[in-house]
Structures are given as structure tokens and as C-alpha cells.
Design a protein around this ligand. Structure first.
Ligand SMILES: C[S@@+](CC[C@H](N)C(=O)[O-])C[C@H]1O[C@@H](n2cnc3c(N)ncnc32)[C@H](O)[C@@H]1O
Length: 280
């Protein structure tokens, strides 16, 4: 028996240098046992295979790999979404965009989620509002595969019936000329290409194409706004997530052809969503 296997479940948690909560989550993944069991049996010796798996996961986490990739999932808006390195790990601040969508999508409306990644926004809307028709797009096929898997697990009926559809394409390129939506939502990439945060912490492991968007981080937001006008139904909305210092720049993108342009705070009171309506 090696040193790791001789240790108790609780000793593995205490010795690994991770914060306790993360260590416990990784131990669940490594052992296949529930947290309650691991705590109740904390003094018992861990089996060798679980201990080795745990120590390997803990090393990767200490090197910065996002917890969500190591366990293969992240909770978003109360549901568990599969997450792989092909998709951005869904963030709690994006729940503010979902709350906006839930509050403003009209009954039986059509919604498009541009850059759906794991499908967190689109699938949450499909689960919460059975009256909505939802199109979710991404240019990355591997991301769409994760979104499809999440949709199959969380709202299979919506996918099968076509109430939720997934499309591959560069922003508006996969949307028909005549297609109109009551609500356009997007959490696009918005980090400046040379932002040092891309070389730090968890972000190093997330797809660059989900994070970086040109010299000022505005290329994706600008492309979405540029193509939006013909696709937002009269009385509809566009709502875009962005960095907390980009509100003014995003309002400027929407300064011509849009009304009611406003930037809203997220749960942490940082200005993170800008919304607008077409003039018609
Ligand atoms: C910041 S992530 C957001 C993912 C997800 N909507 C969320 O909120 O967790 C941005 C997504 O936009 C996609 N994307 C980037 N450039 C794109 C483009 N030109 N056309 C369509 N999707 C794009 C990326 O692949 C990525 O999945």
C-alpha cells in the first residue's frame, strides 16, 4: 500500500493545499462517493485507486485547471451543465442575463442565444419557459456538441420537438434573412486580446475563442450589434453581456437605430448587461 492509500479520506482533503470545498468536490469525483458518505466515513482509509485519482485531480487544480473541467460539470441557474474545455465555464453573472430574458421575453416569443457555448442560457430559458422557441448558435462544433448533450439531459423534449434548435455559424451567418426574434441575447467573448488575465488562473484553460475579442474586446459585441437590426422584431429586445468597464462602449455601439439603451448591474452591482429596443 503506498502513502496516499494509507491516508484517510479526510486526511486527503486536509493535506492537498486546496480550499476544502474544492477538495471535497474533487474527492467525490475521484471516489464516486457522495460528500455525505465521505464526511461520515472520513476516518476510514481511502482505497488506493481513489486516492491516486484524487491526488492527480488535486495537482491539476493546483496548476490552475478549472474545477468544472476536472469534474466535468458546473451548476448554472440551479441546473447541472456538462462542461469540457471546448466551452466557457458558465458564470454566475450570466444568470443576470437569463433573468432579464425571462422577464422580457413575451409569451410564445422567439429568442436567439448567439454564442451558446455549453447552452447555459438557451437551455435555462427552454426549461423555465415552455412557451418560448429558442435558437442557440455557436461557431464551434465542439461547443455545440456540449450544448446538445446538455439539452438532451435537461430539456430533451424541447430539442426533439424543435422548440430548441442548435445551429453552427459565425454570429448572424446561420440566421435567415427574414428571421425575426423577440429577444436576442448573447454573452459573447469580450476580453481584449492582450489582457493579462488571459494568461492567469483558470482563464488559461478556457477556449480563447470564447474569451478574446480584438484589441478592445469589442469585436464580437460590435459584429452582433452590426447585424442585429433586421433580426429583432418590432417591440423586441437585444441584451448583451459585457465587461464591467465596457458599458459606455456598448451603449455607443447601440447609439444609432436603437432606443431605451440602458446598462444594468449584475448581482454584484457591476454594470454587465446592456439592452436596447429597435425604433420600429
Ligand atoms: C463567452 S462564451 C459564452 C458561452 C455561453 N453563452 C455562456 O454564457 O456560458 C462565448 C461563445 O461564443 C462563441 N463564439 C465566439 N466567436 C463566435 C462567432 N464568431 N460566431 C458564433 N459564436 C462565436 C464561442 O465559441 C463561445 O462558445
Amino acid at each position: 500500500m503506498n502513502g496516499a492509500a494509507a491516508r484517510s479520506w479526510e486526511r486527503l482533503v486536509l493535506d492537498c493545499r486546496l480550499i476544502r470545498l474544492e477538495a471535497r468536490v474533487l474527492l467525490e469525483t475521484a471516489s464516486g462517493r457522495r460528500r455525505e458518505w465521505l464526511i461520515a466515513h472520513g476516518d476510514e482509509a481511502a482505497d488506493e485507486a481513489s486516492a491516486e485519482r484524487f491526488e492527480s485531480l488535486a495537482r491539476r487544480r493546483l496548476a490552475g485547471e478549472p474545477l468544472a473541467y476536472l469534474v466535468g460539470a458546473r451548476e448554472f441557474a440551479g441546473r447541472r451543465f456538462a462542461a469540457t474545455p471546448a466551452v466557457l465555464v458558465p458564470r454566475p453573472e450570466t444568470e443576470t442575463l437569463v433573468a432579464f430574458a425571462l422577464a422580457n421575453a413575451p409569451a410564445n416569443g422567439c429568442v436567439i442565444d448567439l454564442g451558446t457555448g455549453s447552452g447555459a442560457i438557451a437551455i435555462t430559458l427552454a426549461c423555465e419557459r415552455k412557451d418560448l422557441r429558442i435558437v442557440a448558435t455557436d461557431r464551434c462544433e465542439d461547443a455545440l456538441a456540449v450544448a446538445r448533450r446538455n439539452a438532451g439531459a435537461l430539456c430533451a423534449g424541447a430539442l426533439e420537438s424543435g422548440r430548441l434548435s442548435l445551429r453552427r455559424g459565425d454570429w448572424w451567418s446561420c440566421v435567415g434573412e427574414d428571421e425575426r426574434f423577440d429577444l436576442v441575447v448573447s454573452n459573447p467573448p469580450y476580453v481584449a486580446d492582450d489582457d493579462p488575465c488571459l494568461r492567469e488562473g483558470d482563464l488559461r484553460f478556457e477556449p480563447r475563442g470564447a474569451l478574446a475579442a480584438g484589441a478592445r474586446g469589442l469585436d464580437a459585441l460590435s459584429a452582433i450589434v452590426d447585424g442585429a437590426a433586421p433580426h429583432v422584431a418590432p417591440g423586441g429586445w437585444i441584451a448583451l453581456e459585457h465587461g464591467h468597464e465596457q458599458g459606455e462602449a456598448v451603449r455607443a455601439l447601440l447609439s444609432a437605430g436603437w432606443r431605451g439603451v440602458a446598462t444594468l448591474p449584475d448581482e454584484a452591482a457591476r454594470p454587465r448587461i446592456t439592452c436596447a429596443r429597435p425604433f420600429l
